[in-house]
Write a protein that binds this ligand. Structure first.
Ligand SMILES: O=c1ccn([C@@H]2O[C@H](COP(=O)(O)OP(=O)(O)O[C@H]3O[C@H](CO)[C@@H](O)[C@H](O)[C@H]3O)[C@@H](O)[C@H]2O)c(=O)[nH]1
Length: 481
């Protein structure tokens, strides 16, 4: 019996958070649409509504993509007010593992492979029990992944906090990491999220391969380092599948037709879009500086606005779906009247891809979540990099220092307030300065490279075919053909 991709069933486990679910849905779509694979997406839920009801309609081929929301997990007895997001995510998925087990056990057609995101690596024994091939899907860069799998080595080599190191962190074969760019879980080695992160780094290499939402031409050096086994030196031929960029399609006609009509009336590349992902929030003082900076720049803008955070900058991560903000009384006096003709505020959540891909958008002030970054690149839009949490400082450094498609503030926005003059300057730089023209040119070249990667002979297309072939071979081994 010959097995083809049409005979395959893949289950994908998504941890909570829009930044995790969206890339999983997009991957599910791709497997179904291009390879006719049946896909079941299993989402770990927390009882909070998703901010976008249309999201689940994303699959192009509803007959091949099934979506299962696992029953909500309650972790309130396991966390406190100071528990960090990464720790919460790991606990949520851990608590959901028995639910995942029952969901798979009750499937009529047992999946041939289980994909998990980095927070789902503890599902490994479930994949083994059900004879499934197992892969980790990291919806981010190869650089971040290298840091994650190499962190257990750095843990042994380096004394003291990573952020206090005088020298850059070295990962064999890869670009160095500046101490100030380390991911959030590496900021404090005494916090539980550091231990969770180390555990993830140790577990990833136990899978059958890693899928990355990047492409060969974007990160050649780091991908080469993986292939030549510099990073995972204990393993021979550990497969890496750079299958990106996978980005969500433009949202269907939706909630804010007035905004799109307004954008239709603006000149090409004249509007800056300001949004900090699904979880990003700013302090009260930073919101005031940002409002002034936008106003002083005299550029048109669309700003996804949320109330000031009372605590952390990632405070909206688990509950953005619950909020509303119709009364932004924290903005400077008279701001709304003064910006009436040039600025639009969208409370809490916007149709980001629809906005970014609109011809009138000429810049994106972004927290540099990797989905937002890819959406910006594939819409030809240069970036003001405003990293807040997770691996976003690494992404901002990649965008500014290596790819030349972004500017960023001199200070880290999580440490100091970025002043209105600097904001004004950055906005003008990308919207009307010479540097902005260069960045726009660079981003257009990146977009062409990204599109080529998905062509029939493109690197990501080939990588995806190799992945599908790997699942077929493993299924063949199991059923003995
Ligand atoms: O108003 C909004 C805000 C966000 N989005 C969408 O939500 C997603 C947000 O994803 P991302 O930009 O990656 O940010 P986060 O939600 O913060 O994502 C988390 O997950 C990413 C993938 O692992 C990491 O790169 C980030 O750092 C991490 O914070 C994107 O598709 C956006 O288009 C909207 O559609 N409307």
């Amino acid at each position: 019996m010959d097995i083809s991709s049409k005979d395959l069933h893949v289950a994908i486990l998504s941890s909570p958070g829009m930044g995790h679910l969206i890339p999983v849905l997009v991957l599910a779509n791709r497997l179904a649409a291009s390879h006719k694979i049946k896909v079941t997406v299993l989402l770990v839920t927390t009882g909070v509504a998703l901010p976008e009801s249309n999201l689940l309609k994303l699959p192009l081929d509803q007959s091949l993509v099934e979506f299962i929301e696992l029953p909500p997990v309650d972790i309130s007895h396991l966390v406190g007010p100071s528990t960090q997001v990464v720790t919460q995510l790991c606990i949520m998925v851990r608590e959901a593992l028995p639910l995942l087990h029952s969901a798979i056990a009750s499937m009529d057609r047992r999946p041939d492979a289980l994909f998990v995101d980095p927070f789902g690596t503890e599902a490994l024994p479930i994949a083994a029990e059900f004879n499934m091939a197992k892969y980790v899907y990291v919806p981010s860069t190869a650089w971040f992944t290298a840091l994650t799998v190499y962190c257990p080595v750095l843990d042994k080599e380096i004394q003291g906090q990573f952020v206090d190191q005088q020298e850059h962190l070295k990962i064999p074969g890869c670009k160095v990491v500046r101490p100030e760019d380390v991911v959030d879980p590496m900021l404090d080695r005494n916090d539980q999220q550091y231990n969770e992160y180390i555990k993830i780094g140790k577990q990833i290499p136990l899978f059958d391969g890693i899928l990355l939402n990047t492409w060969e031409e974007l990160e050649p050096k780091t991908l080469q380092a993986f292939k030549e086994n510099h990073i995972l030196s204990s393993l021979v031929n550990f497969p890496i599948y750079p299958i990106g960029p996978l980005t969500r399609p433009i949202e269907p006609a939706g909630s804010d037709p007035d905004l799109i009509q307004w954008l239709d009336k603006q000149p090409n590349e004249s509007v800056i879009f300001v949004s900090f992902g699904s979880g990003g929030m700013l302090s009260a003082q930073q919101i005031i500086e940002l409002a002034w900076g936008l106003e002083l720049s005299q550029q048109r803008f669309v700003w996804v606005i949320r109330p000031p955070t009372k605590g952390r900058v990632d405070d909206a991560f688990f509950n953005v779906g619950n909020g509303s903000d119709d009364n932004p009384d924290y903005l400077p006096d008279g701001f709304l009247t003064r910006i009436r003709d040039v600025g639009k505020l969208v409370p809490m959540w916007a149709q980001q891809v629809k906005i970014l891909s609109h011809p009138s958008i000429g810049g994106f002030m972004s927290h540099c979540g990797w989905n937002s970054t890819l959406e910006s690149i594939t819409s030809d839009v240069p970036i003001i990099a405003w990293p807040l949490y997770a691996e976003q400082r690494l992404n901002a450094t990649l965008l500014t220092k290596e790819l030349g498609v972004a500017v960023r503030p001199k200070v880290l926005p999580t440490k100091e307030v970025v002043g209105r003059e600097e904001i004004e300057k950055m906005v003008r730089t990308i919207m009307e300065g010479k540097e902005g023209v260069v960045m726009r040119d660079n981003v257009k070249k990146l977009k062409i490279g990204a599109m080529n990667a998905h062509e029939n002979n493109g690197s990501s297309y080939k990588s995806m075919c190799e992945l599908v072939m790997d699942i077929i071979v493993r299924k063949g081994d199991i059923i003995g053909v």
